[in-house]
Each structure stands twice: as C-alpha cells, then as structure tokens.
Design a protein around this ligand. Structure first.
Ligand code: UDX
Length: 434
C-alpha cells in the first residue's frame, strides 16, 4: 500500500521503516530539512537497535523515502499517519499545537475527490480525532476523509520487535471503508486487531500507560514495606507475578519510572479526567509514590555515608532505561543533580547516554564522565547503579572493588546479587531488600 507518515520522530520513523519492511511504500514527511537530509543519507538521528539497517535496506529497495513536502506525502498515499509530538504543557495537559497545524496543512493540500484515511498515531487525549476531522473539514469543505485512531505501544530500545510483533493493534474507527484499509496495512504482521470507536482507542493508550505506571508504583510502595519489615521485594514480586491475572512484568522495584511516556501520560490522563469532570485520584498517588522513591533511596545513601558533601560518588547509568540513548526525564539524571546539589563529587558512566546528557546540559559541568565503568569507579566512596544496562551486571567486580576507595554499592535497580556482592566484600544496599 502507499502510506505517508507525517513526523519522523521516534514513533514516525520506526513505524515508517517497519511498514516498508513488510512491503508497503512509505513516504516519511518531516518539516526539519536537516533531519530529512540526514535520513536521505541513511543517517539516523536516534539510537534504536536495528533501526539504521532497517532504514538503509528499505531506502535502497525504494520502499521508503523522506521529504519535507506534506503535499507530496498526501498526494501519493492512501493513508496518512500523523506522528508528531504531543508534549506536555506546564499544567500537565497535552499541547496539541502540532497536531492542529498538521490538520490544517493536510486540509490545505487535499484535492477534491482524493479520499484519504487520516490516522492519529501520536498519543492524544480522548476526543482529539473528532477535532482533527472537524478542523480539516473547516479548512477544506471538499475534503473526503475519515479520521481514525491507531495508538502506538512501542517501547524504546525494543521498538522494532514491539512494532513487528505487537500484542495487539488497536484501530479506532467509525468508518468501515477506513477500517478495511487499515486491516490491509496490518495484514502482513499477523497479529490480533481490536476495532473500537475512535474515542475508546484514544483512551486505551492513556489507560494502558497509566496502568503500567500504576504497577510500577505499586511494587515500589511494596518495596518500602519490605524495607521496613525485612522482606524481599524481588521474592514478593515473583510470588504475586506468578498469578497469571497479575503477571510479573512491570513489577520491578527501583528508582521509579521515567522516560518520555509514563510521566507525561500519567499527568495527561489526570488532566483529561479532571477536564471531563471525572477526577482520577489514584493516579495522583501513583505520581507521589514515583517521586518519593528517589528520595527514599537517597536517604539510604545518606544513612550509609553520613555526609554527602565532598564524597566521591560514582553513578552507573544516565539513560532512563537500558538499550537507549534517551536521557530525557531520566531518574538517573535527577539523582545526579540531587547528589551534586548536596556537594558530592560525581563521576558517571553510561554506555550510550553520555553524549546527549552533555549536549542537552542535563548534568552540571562539574560531573566527570568516564570512558569505562571501571574508570568511573576509581577512588569512589560509593557506587550507585541507576540504570540496569547488562554491561554493568557483567563487570569484573574484583577490579571494581580494587579501584574504589570504600566499596559501597547502592543498587537502584536491584541488578546485582546481594549475596555475591557481600561475599566479594562490598557493603550492598538494594531497593526493598536487605
Ligand atoms: C513505555 C510503554 O512501555 C510503551 O508501551 C509506550 O508506547 C511508551 O512508554 P518506554 O517509555 O520506552 O515505553 O519504556 P518502558 O520499558 O515501558 O519503561 C518506562 C520506565 O519504567 C523506565 O524508566 C523503566 O526503568 C521503568 N520501569 C519499567 C520500572 O521502574 N519498573 C518496571 O518493572 C518496568
């Protein structure tokens, strides 16, 4: 099929590349000419395992191309996906400026008799589809279109497998014609498709991400009880996770959730619920627990080190989770800033996130960045694990211990085995376990 994706950010680019991979012809539109030029040269602006290969292969096969012209994209496609950013506003509600602008731009280039399915892939508040449809029709009375919702559930770091083999595809549509076309888009993926109305599909995205955040906050709250009682949160998570109704996924206690989705989507869902007159108090508690988790952890560090001023502290991890270079809304970054604010001398190391952390000035210039994990630990009075990269689990800990000044380990993601660490001579502190 002929498809157009407006917005070559994370979701747009991965979606476009995966659609091309299964045989569709895809035009990716972006208004940033620099990005379009880069992509045309086969350079990828983000780190995502497998993405560079996928893009280069499909560009070479002439199934994927990049342009800055919406008209080119809309003219030459049956279906137009909108995948532009929907950032949070100061009050937590969603800023729909980019979506509205794209709606007007589509209206400006749609020609009479050109039926198009306009698909909202960005995460948007319930009822946005109705507004997009009304906007396009207001600016172009002859437009023939159906606006539908098709939320994206991919995770950074495993975006390609998530997109190629998702648990489900949600299509929110009130038009059989549009639904039939969308089913053809997803036919090659051979995965379950759930067809709903537009409003429900929009709601599914916010409800799903908020529920996952709730799961994380739930286990983090349990971790506090474990610490107070001497129980082990990992065992508790295994025990409740074996109940298939609950499931073990997203029950990993740690420093709390971060990234560009969960914090934003929980806030947005709270704002949406408030606006609809159906306040969602439970989600406010989810946020409160999440914010408190880092403070509880820091308290433990203070209890062990007494005074943080002038202490040499190593932080392993900067990204908001492993296998990504994304440092936005990363708890690891918050942690470093709090340590520096208390006067600690911080040295950090991350396999992929150091460049962006510096580029966006997310950490103070006084924070040293080391070339390796072991180098980062040199002379340290404490080592804090903030992001659970596999590379950290497989370090030579005899070497790490030898270079540290005092071998104290604070494991913010419960990555290490407490018994092994203690046997090696480290003072070990995890989350929710002794
Ligand atoms: C998330 C959703 O999983 C995805 O479906 C949606 O499309 C976008 O948002 P992402 O933000 O890429 O994906 O990462 P995810 O793997 O979900 O992790 C989010 C945060 O939760 C990370 O900071 C992670 O460290 C934290 N987390 C996750 C936990 O603290 N505990 C867990 O058990 C799982």
């Amino acid at each position: 099929m002929e498809l157009c994706i407006i917005g070559s950010g994370y979701v747009g680019l991965v979606t476009g590349a995966c659609f091309a991979e299964v045989g569709h012809h895809v035009i990716c539109v972006d208004n940033d000419q620099r990005k379009v030029d880069m992509l045309q040269r086969g350079e990828i602006p983000i780190f995502e395992p497998g993405l560079e290969d996928l893009v280069q292969r499909n560009v070479a096969a002439k199934r994927l191309r990049f342009t800055n012209s919406i008209e080119d994209g809309v003219d030459n496609s049956q279906i137009v996906f909108i995948a532009v950013p929907t950032p949070p506003q100061v009050d937590g509600s969603v800023d729909l400026t980019y979506i509205e602008r794209v709606a007007r731009e589509i209206a400006g280039v749609l020609k009479p008799g050109q039926y198009r399915v306009i698909v909202d892939k960005s995460t948007v508040p319930v009822k946005t589809g109705e507004k997009v449809q009304a906007t396009i029709q207001r600016y172009n009375q002859n437009a023939e279109l159906d606006v539908i919702s098709n939320p994206e559930f991919l995770r950074e770091g495993c975006a390609i497998p998530d997109l190629m083999r998702p648990d489900r595809i949600v299509i929110g549509s009130s038009s059989q014609r549009a639904t039939d076309l969308m089913k053809r888009v997803y036919e090659p993926f051979q995965v379950p498709i759930l067809v709903t109305d537009v409003n429900s599909a929009e709601l599914i995205k916010h409800a799903a991400n908020s529920f996952l955040s709730l799961k994380i906050s739930y286990i983090n709250a349990v971790s506090a009880i474990c610490e107070a009682s001497g129980a082990d949160v990992e065992m508790v998570a295994d025990g409740i996770g074996m109940d298939r109704r609950i499931g073990r996924n997203f029950l990993n206690a740690g420093l709390g959730y971060g990234g560009s989705c969960f914090p934003k989507d929980v806030k947005a869902f709270i704002a949406i619920a408030d606006e609809l007159g159906a306040p969602f108090q439970l989600l406010k508690e989810v946020e409160r627990i999440n914010a408190g988790q880092l403070d509880r952890f820091l308290k433990k560090v203070r209890e062990a080190l007494w005074v943080l001023r002038e202490k040499r502290i190593t932080v392993w991890g900067l990204t908001f989770k492993p296998d990504t270079d994304d440092v936005r809304n990363s708890v690891a970054i918050d942690l470093i800033n709090k340590l520096v604010a208390e006067g600690a001398h911080v040295t950090a190391y991350d396999p992929k996130g150091m460049e962006k952390a510096r580029e966006y000035s997310l950490i103070p210039t006084s924070v040293k960045l080391a070339a390796t994990a072991v180098e980062a630990a040199e002379g340290a009075e404490a080592l804090i694990l903030a992001t659970e990269w596999k590379e950290f689990a497989s370090q030579d800990f005899a070497k790490v211990k030898a270079v540290m000044h005092t071998p104290q380990v604070f494991d913010g993601r419960n990555l290490f085995n407490p018994k092994t660490m203690r046997e090696m001579g480290f003072a070990y502190h995890g989350v929710g376990r002794a």
